[in-house]
Design a protein around this ligand. Structure first.
Ligand SMILES: [Cu+2]
Length: 244
């Protein structure tokens, strides 16, 4: 039945089509695996907790969610806060650097900050931008700006340069813990056992999208004007924000 020249060429045509499809699958597979490897994240995702209440902002009702992170001078401070810390004993955020926030939600973020600091490079990042009321609540007090010498780190969310997502830009300066000759000066914040500051701020997420966050404080080592080490290694002073 398959001995006629026309059906042989038909089989060949089918065969080459199958090979073509398999090649495409292989190429897609390799590209997919490569992308997967590149995007492989050592951090477990940290999901915001959805709340049952809603809130009205500018006449619109939003669901609420909250998320808590910490920022530490080293692994020791991280472990005191119940987080084992990251591989290198650098300044670090925890317990994850990949946060996941629900879309179109009023998100309240709390950051317990235990680190000290020197000086910002630019007063711009000392301003609170993009939060509800453009304030951050520090140990119970609303603040719209910190001086360049008062900051330990910033928590700054922004879009990827080529992103076509809804714009999301948030900058929150985190108040530093003072140090003197005896070490850390106790704070007045009972929540952190007088070792840090509790900083809380809220913002509205928009549609789903991938964003990044980082610290705009030059808190790395001296390699690149303090933008080395923790500042240039992914996951210590930077991470991902997935709005889903
Ligand atoms: Cu930092």
């Amino acid at each position: 039945m398959s001995g006629t020249p026309s059906s042989i060429s038909g089989t060949k045509r089918v065969a080459s089509a199958v090979v073509g499809v398999l090649l495409s699958v292989a190429v897609v597979g390799v590209v997919g695996l490569t992308l997967h490897a590149v995007s492989k994240d050592p951090h477990k995702k940290l999901y915001a907790t959805k709340e049952s209440e809603t809130i009205v902002v500018d006449g619109k009702t939003y669901p609420k969610a909250n998320i808590t992170m910490g920022v530490y001078a080293d692994k020791e401070q991280a472990s005191e806060d119940g987080y084992e810390g990251q591989k290198n004993d650098w300044v670090q955020y925890g317990p994850s650097n990949h946060i996941v926030l629900p879309a179109n939600t009023y998100v309240t973020m709390t950051i317990h900050g235990y680190d000290g600091g020197e000086s910002l490079n630019s007063p711009f990042f000392g301003k609170v931008i993009g939060t509800i009321g453009n304030v951050v609540n520090i140990d119970g007090q609303d603040v719209s700006e910190l001086g360049m010498e008062e900051v330990q780190h910033t928590f700054t969310i922004h879009s990827l340069p080529s992103s076509d997502r809804d714009p999301l830009f948030i900058n929150v300066p985190l108040k530093k813990v003072l140090e003197d000759d005896n070490g850390w000066v106790p704070t007045e914040d009972p929540v952190t056992n007088f070792k840090g500051h509790t900083m809380t701020f809220s913002f509205l997420t928009k549609g789903a999208g991938e964003y990044v966050w980082n610290c705009q404080f030059p808190c790395g080592d001296g390699t690149y004007a303090k933008f080395g080490a923790a500042m240039s290694a992914y996951g210590y002073m930077s991470g991902k924000v997935t709005v889903a």
